[in-house]
Design a protein around this ligand. Structure first.
Ligand code: NAD
Length: 308
């Protein structure tokens, strides 16, 4: 059995060492492809592997076709929109993610971006504080829950809307559940975005929703760029000079936004929400353990695609 760790953006060295240990203990061969610069390298590396652990790497139909022995792909992380799920199902390949393993890292970044923005991007001028302000958490999953925990420490009044999470679960955390995104955006000066990119959510953060935000509002996006209607966000930045947008996922119109709204727009140079030593180790090790458990006992607990 051969397991490939394919990471165009490598894990921390310690994480790779520990992943290797788990895979070796399970009795499998372990190969690493890091910092590859073209798809051809990935296609060559997968030709005789049974399992692949990836990060944001694209595993599409072509990659699967080049890997005739492939049985499982594990995305060490939360979002799995980089894997073609239907193609995997058709080929009998199991796809998993490692939910929650990097959630604290992303949540800390979200709060960090908020502080950065209210202190005017650390330009030396006087800013404002988070204490007593209303924060709306858009989707109360693993990251959203961690954002709530940290925001309460800042003394923020925390609200959340999630299309699937029961209100009682939200309430139990001392967070006020709201029943729609519209209600959340109307109620909260600060909104932190944590919805996945799905057919339903793509482009869903549009002008009509943003226009509900109260004055001096801020939207923090550590989720996915696809959920934003970028043209309408740009328009909203134009018509609402009190609004700030900070994102961990570079939008298509990044250069234009940077030029037009230098003090109200910020994008991290690379997606860095999950880029901490701790998150690397948590997600990488979880992926390695899930891989071993899949081959040893058929454990498919974290499967995200259909069985066909
Ligand atoms: P999660 O699966 O734990 O939570 C997602 C939540 O979204 C769930 O509670 C679900 O019920 C809710 N949801 C789904 N569709 C919805 C809708 N239409 N409206 C409202 N709620 C909806 O995922 P997570 O680990 O919390 O990750 C959240 C987002 O952050 C994902 O988009 C993920 O890809 C992204 N992410 C980014 C980074 C980064 O590096 N910036 C790292 C990890 C995760």
């Amino acid at each position: 059995m051969k397991i490939l760790l394919a990471t165009e953006k490598p894990f921390a060295a310690q994480a790779v060492l520990e992943i290797k240990e788990i895979v070796a203990d399970a009795g499998y061969d372990f190969v690493v492809l890091e910092k590859y610069t073209g798809k051809a390298q990935l296609l060559a590396a997968v030709k005789d592997v049974d399992g692949i652990i990836i990060r944001s790497d694209i595993i599409d139909e072509e990659v699967m076709a080049a890997a005739p022995q492939l049985k499982i792909v594990i995305r060490a992380g939360a979002g799995y929109d980089n894997v073609s799920l239907d193609a995997a199902t058709q080929r009998g390949i199991c796809v998993m993610n490692t939910p929650g393993q990097n959630a604290n890292a992303v949540a800390e970044l979200a709060l960090g971006l908020m502080v950065f923005a209210i202190r005017n991007f650390y330009d030396g001028s006087s800013g404002t504080e988070l204490l007593g302000k209303r924060l709306g958490i858009h989707a109360y999953g693993n990251v959203g829950r961690n954002v709530a925990r940290i925001a309460k420490g800042f003394g923020m009044e925390v609200y959340a809307y999630d299309a699937f999470c029961p209100a009682e679960v939200i309430e139990k955390d001392g967070v006020k559940p709201l029943s729609s995104a519209e209600e959340l955006y109307s109620a909260c000066q600060y909104v932190s975005l944590h919805i996945p990119a799905t057919a339903e959510t793509k482009n869903s953060i549009n002008l009509a929703l943003l226009e509900r935000l109260p004055s001096k509002a801020m939207l923090i996006n550590t989720a996915r760029k696809e959920v934003i209607n970028e043209a309408e966000l740009e328009k909203f930045l134009e018509i609402r000079p009190d609004f700030k947008y900070l994102t961990d996922i570079t939008p298509g119109n990044d250069a234009v936004l940077k030029e037009k709204f230098p003090k109200r727009y910020f994008s991290t140079p690379k997606k860095m929400g999950a880029q901490t030593a701790e998150a690397n180790i948590n997600a990488g090790l979880a992926a390695a353990r899930q891989m071993a458990s899949f081959f040893q006992s058929g454990d498919e607990r974290f499967r995200v695609n259909g069985k066909g």
